[in-house]
Design a binder for this molecule. Structure first.
Ligand code: NAP
Ligand code: MG
Length: 503
């Protein structure tokens, strides 16, 4: 038996039986497909944030395991077992995997519900997205093609390009949406023919491990993928390793900067999906029936732990009161609770550390003179087990406040007002981040002018956090570089070879 606190599942009636079986033994590393303990023999505990209890014990990879994983990935890549497999074969494996995700949806979704506290119906949504995402990228495996280029050389040359997999990819991901994060970092590089080492967040390694097992069950050749559980030192060792050709990172801007520095040794390629402080810009002609829930869910979904969350609201002064009254009502009506309770609409934040961090931001908002419309003092509840934080909406937020500029990654919304369109450019862009923005108006001219003014990688008009595997996602400024999703993400995992042939 593993070290799971046996009573933890009893707290969550309705958990699928496959979850108990999965958690019954300690989780090893998935080294090139083989399940092995960490070289050091060390393990770490994974928690249920809605009770604070131990959910699982997991092998704690270290630098020796990084060495082993990189050696396996290099051998696999150079062998051609996956990197030169026919496009049809890569497509078939990814499609079979998508079917296995569907067949194991409860195991995956329920594990993430337990591990993140997200209400189970919402957690199940990620399994649907995972299968859809893989089917989309399976299609790309057979459609990656170079071009023939009409060169102007004096002699006759045929010049064409080939798209080749970049090599060994190390992917490092955070804890906020574990299945989505893993899937975004697996489908595209595997479709391209890369070998992948995935380092899940130490807080949420469980569902990524299942995805790894299912990829091998779908026919991925041995050695093509490693799921390397561990802490930040594992990520840092991967970022610095000469045997890694590319790092794909999602997480904080601070760690993103460290990764860029560490990558300099072998000049490995890097793509970064970092933090945000995305504004929702609400004009006075907006359809409030749609705008209020749209802006509300844009921030409070997943307790605000979403990189593109609408964590700043800029609302036009003339409708401020009407808009905020309705928004506050949504916040008051929201039911917090554990993931398998039917009434739960929002869960806890991920950990004691995140709880303290968010509570600190709420205190700083109060100390700097922001006005709590809902929540505020006492929102971070210490009166029960689990890391529950009530929604907090601050009004009167001014640019010098920390809650105006810094990524909180919790259920805390910062509201400020504007008089007219001329202020949008300065207000919306007053942050180092540039991930996304939403614009709420019925006036298409206004919408398009505002979309031009915001410096972000994504703009939604009359929506927020609308995603599709076919549409590129990613930021500008300190929100990172290199797109996720769509045809664009494949550029992260491919290099162009130009071939010349004299005739
Ligand atoms: P993080 O520290 O950036 O961690 C992300 C991933 O990087 C984790 O797997 C982490 O391992 C690993 N890591 C840590 N230090 C590393 C290093 N020096 N080199 C390479 N990899 C390293 O993010 P976090 O601690 O999970 O969250 C902190 C804050 O980041 C949040 O409060 C939020 O503001 C922001 N964040 C943003 C996003 C986003 O999608 N934009 C997502 C999550 C968090 P460990 O798990 O062991 O730490
Ligand atoms: Mg960290």
């Amino acid at each position: 038996m593993g070290m799971m606190d046996e009573s933890v599942l009893a707290q969550h009636p309705g958990v699928h039986p496959s979850v108990g079986k999965f958690l019954a033994s300690d989780l090893p590393l998935l080294l090139g497909g083989e399940e092995v303990p960490a070289a050091s023999g060390e393990t770490f505990e994974v928690y249920d944030p809605s009770t604070g209890r131990v959910l699982a014990r997991v092998a704690k990879g270290g630098v020796a395991d990084v060495e082993a994983a990189v050696a396996i990935a290099r051998r696999n890549f150079d062998s051609g077992a996956w990197s030169t497999a026919t496009p049809r074969r890569r497509q078939d494996v990814l499609l079979r995997f998508a079917d296995l995700v569907d067949q194991n949806a409860e195991l995956l979704g329920h594990l993430d519900a337990l591990n993140t506290g997200l209400p189970v119906a919402q957690a199940m949504g990620a399994t649907d997205r995972a299968a859809t995402h893989f089917r989309y990228f399976a299609g790309w495996a057979t459609k990656l093609q170079g071009t023939t280029i009409p060169v102007s050389t004096p002699e006759q040359w045929l010049n064409f390009t080939k798209l080749e997999p970049v090599g060994v990819v190390a992917a490092i991901i955070p804890w906020n949406t574990p299945i989505d994060n893993a899937v975004w970092k697996l489908a595209a590089p595997l479709a391209a023919g890369c070998s992948v080492i995935l380092k899940p967040a130490e807080l949420t390694p469980l569902s990524a491990h299942v995805l790894g097992r299912l990829l091998y069950a779908a026919g991925l050749p041995e050695g093509t993928l490693t799921i390397l559980h561990g802490f930040g030192d594992v990520g840092a060792a991967l970022a610095a390793h000469e045997g890694v050709d590319k790092i794909a990172f999602t997480g904080s801007t601070e760690v993103g900067r460290e990764i860029v520095r560490a990558s300099a040794g072998n000049l490995k390629r890097v793509s970064l999906e970092l933090g945000g402080k995305s504004p929702a810009i609400v004009f006075d002609d907006a359809d409030l029936e749609a705008t209020v829930p749209g802006v509300f869910n844009g921030l409070f979904y997943n307790s605000g732990q979403i990189c593109c969350a609408s964590s700043r609201v800029l609302v036009q002064e003339s409708i401020k009161d009407r808009f905020l009254d309705a928004l506050a009502q949504y916040a008051r009506d929201l039911t917090l609770g554990p993931p398998f309770q039917d009434s739960s609409q929002m869960g806890p934040v991920i950990s004691a550390g995140q709880f303290a961090r968010v509570a600190g931001y709420i205190e700083s908002g109060l100390a700097q003179g922001a006005v709590p419309l809902v929540g505020g003092a006492g929102a971070a509840r210490g009166d029960q087990p689990g890391y529950f934080i009530e929604p907090t909406i601050f009004t009167g937020v001014t640019p010098e406040m920390r809650i105006a500029a810094e990524e909180i990654f919790g259920p805390v919304l910062a509201v400020s007002t504007f008089r007219d369109e001329s202020q949008i450019r300065a207000l919306a862009n007053a942050t180092v981040y540039g991930l996304s923005a939403s614009i709420w108006t019925r006036d298409i001219g206004r919408a398009l002018r505002a979309a031009d003014m915001v410096r972000t990688g994504i703009v939604w008009v009359n929506g927020h956090t609308v995603l599709d595997p076919a549409s590129p996602f990613g930021g500008v400024k300190q929100s990172g570089y290199g797109k996720e999703l769509g045809r664009d993400v494949l550029n992260n995992y491919l290099s162009v070879k130009s071939v010349w042939l004299k005739y």
